[in-house]
Design a protein around this ligand. Structure first.
Ligand SMILES: NC(=O)c1ccc[n+]([C@@H]2O[C@H](COP(=O)([O-])OP(=O)(O)OC[C@H]3O[C@@H](n4cnc5c(N)ncnc54)[C@H](O)[C@@H]3O)[C@@H](O)[C@H]2O)c1
Length: 322
């Protein structure tokens, strides 16, 4: 059994991951600062099932503050799984400095602590956003991605670069995982599926940016978490490691098809509020997952309709409970 540090453990992906690691018998130190990007009570609810687990210890700490990061017992940790950060493309355009603090400065603080504690193993949450508007699909990890089109994208790319530097200087074994539009129970309220279902169920119009032909490689959270755990194991078993791995679904879904599936699953015909494309938005995300399949044995299993059904079931339970 291992001891893992999961940053962003109160968030959408982090809370699912932490539950999985605890139920497999591992010890987890969780860090989160309940960043106000979305309400604290949602994150408290994400943590509810694990807060009192005997193998879980929670640190409410802002990772951008190095003095606070020193309180986390890095010397006891086998692998750091760094998921904390500010997510979201559009808000990053309003607040680039906030994203630099929460993403770049926090990652640098973690690397410094790992170096000081002699710790070598890091799995980092990067993003499909680094691909920008690549003309060629599907996106492969060896594509040149030096043209980020939002502050969020550049902070994630910057973290991949800092991680490389620390791999080079201190022999750290690091995997950067590029997630592709993760969805499922507890999905962040700012993301399309959650936002749309909420608006549909309260009789309001859903904003559709562009003509609906933009598409996303929606990946169900259990598949993403399975990929993260495989990456953690791979990192524990290998040395001399620095890599970038797409964790996508390899099946882009257009916005129009997504809305059609939401209508089918909820039984609600949505009202559409058409709007122009937003700055920073990309036309398509589409992961080539060959590297994840080859190195990690990763194979996403959840089809979009099934995943949306699971999301809607969770949504109905949540909103009937409040
Ligand atoms: N959800 C997706 O579709 C997606 C896609 C690509 C990449 N990612 C990345 O995966 C990670 C997890 O995403 P998520 O959707 O679960 O987001 P989330 O916002 O639900 O979780 C992130 C957590 O990090 C915490 N956090 C933020 N800044 C912090 C700081 N300075 N110190 C401590 N904690 C801090 C937040 O409070 C939050 O609970 C993020 O790094 C995100 O950028 C997510």
């Amino acid at each position: 059994m291992s001891t893992y540090l999961v940053t962003g453990c109160a968030g959408f992906i982090g809370s699912h991951l932490t539950e999985q690691l605890l139920s497999a018998g591992h010890t987890v130190y969780g860090v989160d600062n309940f960043d106000p990007f979305y309400p604290r009570n949602i994150k408290e609810r994400n943590l509810a099932g694990i807060r009192n687990h005997p193998e879980f210890q929670f640190f409410e700490i802002n990772l951008s503050d190095f003095q606070l990061v020193r309180r986390v017992p890095f010397d006891e940790v086998d692998v750091v799984i760094h998921l904390a950060g500010k997510a979201g493309v559009r808000p990053s355009i309003q607040d680039p400095n906030g994203y630099i603090d929460a993403n770049i400065v926090a990652t640098q603080n973690i690397l410094n602590r790992m170096r000081d504690a002699g710790k070598k193993k890091l799995v980092f949450a990067s993003s499909s956003s680094v691909y920008g508007n690549m003309p060629e699909t599907p996106y492969r990890e060896d594509m040149e991605v030096s043209n980020p089109i939002s502050p969020y994208a550049f902070t994630k790319k910057a973290c991949e670069l800092i991680n490389y530097t620390f791999h080079h200087l201190y022999g750290m074994d690091i995997l950067n995982l590029r997630f592709f539009t993760v969805y499922g129970p507890r999905q962040r309220p700012d993301l399309a599926i959650h936002k749309f279902v909420h608006l549909m169920k309260t009789g309001r119009a859903i904003p559709v940016f562009g003509d609906g032909t933009t598409s996303r490689d929606y990946t169900f959270v259990a598949d993403t978490v399975d990929g993260i755990i495989r990456a953690v194991t791979y990192t524990e078993q290998n040395t001399g490691l620095y890599d970038i791995i797409n964790l996508g679904n390899n099946t882009p879904v257009s916005l129009n098809d997504l809305i059609g599936t939401l209508a089918d699953v909820t039984g609600i015909t949505p009202k559409i509020d058409r709007k122009p494309m937003q700055p920073g938005d990309v036309n398509i995300t589409f992961a080539d997952i060959t590297r994840a399949q080859t190195l990690l044995g990763y194979q996403p299993k959840t089809r979009i309709r099934d995943g949306i059904q699971q999301f809607v079931t969770w949504f109905d339970q949540q909103y009937s409970a409040v």
